[in-house]
Design a protein around this ligand. Sequence first.
Ligand code: SF4
Length: 204
Amino acid sequence: MKKSLFVDRGKLESAIRQAEQNGPLGNRGLLWKAIAELYNKNRGDAPEITFSVVLLRVGEWNLPLKTPRGKKGRSGMTTEQKVAQVKLMQAGRLSGEGRVSKAEKFAKDPAAKSALEDLKKTVPERYQPLVLKVIQGSRTAALKLKCLDCANWQPIEIKLCPVTDCALWNFRAFTKKAIVKDAAGNDTIDDSEEKEENSNESEE
Ligand code: SF4
């Protein structure tokens, strides 16, 4: 289990007092940053913390603050307006009105359709089910295909991918698959598991 970062509670409370010594700040975002800065200046041997750690510990220890919560950009709305807006959103969600699926968007967009046709042509037969999932709007399938293309369609190369500065590295597929030997004694990943994964893949 991931260990949470040590924060000196006394020093954090002192940083809060200093940050708000002249009264509340403009908003909580400014407050978290000010507290983190003050805490880090006087932290001694304790590890440095970011403003998000401040936010988490303040919530966890329920520390009192003078700076009020923001209204998340809806401060101009009356309560009646907010209720009406929530009702409208709920009604839209229930009826599905106004929601267009990715598949519908792709089908209506000539550029998207043409790009998907190009994709179909470049993907080997065994991975065509993933192309169908992309057409249906699956980002997960698109990501998997990108890695497969990069790894010359060898899932094991994706599992063992050494390019840790690639933006997709933490999202790449096949990391949980066991490596097995093929008939020739080479390391590989079981095809049947892959087929099953393709058919069970969740949509986004
Ligand atoms: S994570 Fe590795 S296999 Fe996937 S795109 Fe990046 S470099 Fe290629």
